[in-house]
Every structure is written in structure tokens, then in C-alpha cells.
Design a protein around this ligand. Structure first.
Ligand code: ZN
Length: 392
């Protein structure tokens, strides 16, 4: 690993930052699919040059160029089509409602998208919700929920808030501490709101072969330690960090009440040194993994078959791009009907719907996210496809 000069950790501000994985010229938008193969192949690319902080374990793409990242129209990363993800979101909402006694209260969601999750959190009698997201399409979703098509914090939030939640936004922000300060500044001084934030869990990507989660759109990858450091530098009091969704996500709760910080209930608690050790092994693991799949693909090719890449989200798109010429026998497939017939950034693969697979001669199904494995095995069987279904 090589150290990076003149660059401080975005989370804890330490200068001890070292590089550990470089993926050159990956598509900037893994979640944007294109209308034609040519457009997809010409999609913008950027370098992924990952570095880890020796002091808090925070991972960042030091080659990140915010200018390259503009959320294009047609951004389609809604995971709500998956029953497994939907169940998770529902259970999370039930947990937040119960633990924070949200019945009759007021919930604010930052980066709420079209309000799907906000609706779940505001399901109790009398709960009101306010969402903020510049990508909001403007269709009202319920009488008790108002969504503003703007960033939170542009103007002070002078109403009550019992819960302020923000899911899967912080990892996109190249100035996380100033962003959190702006959230704190927008809330009243005496605010008793609980702040709930959810991000991808860097431990999962570093530990469990989740290397596919490193995508250009994310500049930062948090651990419990680095997320806590970030919030504390923004003057927030962190009470708890914990894993969800089989360890793929990391959640944090904090308060903006100005009280001094105390003990943080943290689970799991990888030390920064443990995270650094995992990062050091990642380059070699990725090379081995790609070599393994190239060998397996050769067998499928010899048998005259094709490989279904199940999940045309960021993982599937990154995998297709890293497989190079061997990706030519892949058919990306997704259950989200809006992705069908569109093309994958970088490689130009056309996305199929599950029903399209029957006549493709599929001999191998690669599950990009193991969380959905059971769901996918069921669908493959239903389609009458005889193929191995394997996690990547
Ligand atoms: Zn750090």
C-alpha cells in the first residue's frame, strides 16, 4: 500500500491515508442504464483509487471527481422491486416507530426519493412526515406526508422533529462533515430529534468479498468508527452503530442536542487496524476471483451456453466491466421491469427480464447479491431453466 500525500481522511481528518485498490476507468454511474448499446459504451468513466485511513478505517476514493457525478435523468436505483429489500425496509420502519415512539410525531427524511420509506415510518396514527429530495417527481403520496423537491438545510427547519432519517446519501457526499454540520444547523438548538443514518457497511465490502460495492458514485465507505468520528466532528452525539441487511448496511443514531458524547453502543467493532489488514488483501482477492470466474466462463463457453448475471445494479455492472472480453457470454437480468431492454454502462449489454431467459441457453446463473439467492433460485426453477445458481 502506498501512502497518499496532502490528503486528510474525510471522516476523522487524519493524514495517515494509504491506497489499497485501483480500478481504472469504471463507469461513473453504475445505476444508470442507457437506451442504446452505443450510448452505454460511451458512458462517462472515472478511476476508482481507494485509500484507507489508518486511524479510523474510513475508505475513500481519492480519485473522486465531483464534477463527473451528476445524477442523470433515468437514474434507476430503486431496490423496492425486491420483496427481500421491501421486507427489510418495513421491519426497519417498524423498529424505528416502536423504539422512538413515533405515533403522533413528526418525521423528517433527507434524500427521501419518492417517499417510499417515509410512508412506512409515518404509518402510525397521527404521525406526520416531511421529505426532502431534489429528485422528487412531485406526485403527492399521502395527506400526512409533504415532500419538498429541495435539499434539506437550505432553510432552517422550524417545525418539530422526533426523527430525522437519511438512508444511503452520506456515502455520495465529498464533504460529509460540513454536510452533517448543515443538518445540525438547520435544526432548532433545543432539538430532541433522533438522527438515524444508514450507509453501505465498509466492513462488508472489505471482509466478505463485497468488492463489487466499491462504485464511483460513492466517495466514502464508512465503518462504525469512521461514521462516529464524522458525526462527532460535526458536533453530534452518537449513541449507537449497528449492522443490518445481513451486514451489508451500517446504521447510526445520534442526537443534535449539544450534550457531551458518551459511550457509543457499537456492534460490530472492527478496529481500524483490522479494517486496514482486510483492505491490504483486497487487490489479490479480486484478481483471484476474476481468474476463477474466467475459468468457469470458459467451461460454459465450451458447452455452448451463456451466463445470467442476476441483478443489473451496481454489482452486476461492475462485475461485467471487470470481466473484460469474457463478459461477452453474459446476459444481465433484473426483476425491475423498468430496466428491461436498457443497456449496461461501459459494456453495452442489454438487460433482460427473467422471462426472457428461457431461450438463452443459460448454463450458469451468477447471483450478484447473496441476500436474494433464495428468491432467485425459486424464479430460475419456475422458468424451467436448468443451471447452477451461484453467488459471486
Ligand atoms: Zn480517518
Amino acid at each position: 500500500m502506498s501512502s497518499v500525500d496532502n490528503l486528510n481522511c474525510l471522516a476523522c481528518d487524519s493524514g495517515h491515508v494509504t491506497k489499497f485498490l485501483n480500478l481504472a476507468q469504471v463507469p461513473v454511474f453504475c445505476n444508470v442504464l442507457w437506451d442504446t448499446a452505443d450510448e452505454a459504451k460511451a458512458a462517462p468513466r472515472g478511476d476508482l483509487d481507494l485509500a484507507i485511513c489508518q486511524d479510523c478505517g474510513h475508505v475513500a476514493n481519492v480519485a473522486f471527481d465531483p464534477e463527473l457525478v451528476r445524477y442523470a435523468e433515468g437514474y434507476e436505483n430503486s431496490l423496492h422491486h425486491s420483496p427481500r429489500f421491501q421486507q427489510y425496509a418495513e421491519a426497519l420502519a417498524v423498529d424505528l416507530r416502536a423504539r422512538h415512539h413515533l405515533a403522533g410525531g413528526q418525521v423528517v427524511e433527507i434524500a427521501c426519493g419518492q417517499g417510499d420509506f417515509l410512508k412506512l415510518v409515518c404509518a402510525d396514527e397521527g404521525t406526520r412526515g416531511s421529505g426532502f429530495d431534489p429528485s422528487f417527481r412531485g406526485e403527492p403520496i399521502a395527506d400526512h406526508i409533504e415532500i419538498y423537491g429541495e435539499y434539506f438545510g437550505v432553510r432552517p427547519w422550524d417545525q418539530a422533529a422526533d426523527l430525522v432519517c437519511c438512508r444511503h446519501a452520506l456515502e455520495h457526499i465529498d464533504t460529509p462533515v460540513p454536510f452533517l454540520k448543515s443538518v445540525r444547523a438547520a435544526l432548532p438548538d433545543e432539538s430532541t430529534a433522533v438522527l438515524f443514518f444508514e450507509v453501505p457497511n465498509s466492513l462488508y465490502s472489505l471482509r466478505d468479498g463485497g468488492v463489487w460495492d466499491f462504485i464511483y458514485e460513492h466517495i466514502g465507505y464508512f465503518s462504525g468508527t469512521s461514521m462516529t468520528a464524522c458525526f462527532e466532528r460535526a458536533g453530534l452525539r452518537v449513541t449507537r452503530t449497528w449492522e443490518t441487511f445481513d451486514g451489508q448496511f451500517l446504521c447510526l443514531e445520534a442526537h443534535a442536542d449539544g450534550q457531551p458524547g458518551g459511550e457509543v453502543e457499537a456492534s460490530p467493532v472492527p478496529t481500524p487496524a483490522e479494517l486496514v489488514a482486510l483492505a491490504e488483501g483486497l487487490s489479490r482477492q479480486l484478481a483471484e476471483l476474476l481468474a476463477h470466474w474466467k475459468t468457469e466462463f470458459a467451461k460454459v463457453r465450451d458447452a455452448g451456453g451463456k451466463v445470467a448475471i442476476w441483478g443489473a445494479g451496481s454489482k452486476g455492472v461492475t462485475f461485467l466491466n471487470l470481466m473484460g472480453d469474457d463478459a461477452d457470454l453474459c446476459v444481465p437480468v433484473d426483476i425491475n421491469p423498468q430496466k428491461r431492454g436498457l443497456y449496461v454502462a461501459g459494456t453495452g449489454h442489454r438487460v433482460a427480464a427473467p422471462a426472457d431467459l428461457a431461450d438463452e441457453g443459460i448454463k450458469l446463473v451468477l447471483v450478484m447479491n447473496p441476500v436474494y439467492a433464495a428468491e432467485i433460485v425459486g424464479m430460475v426453477k419456475q422458468l424451467g431453466i436448468v443451471a447452477d445458481v451461484v453467488g459471486v
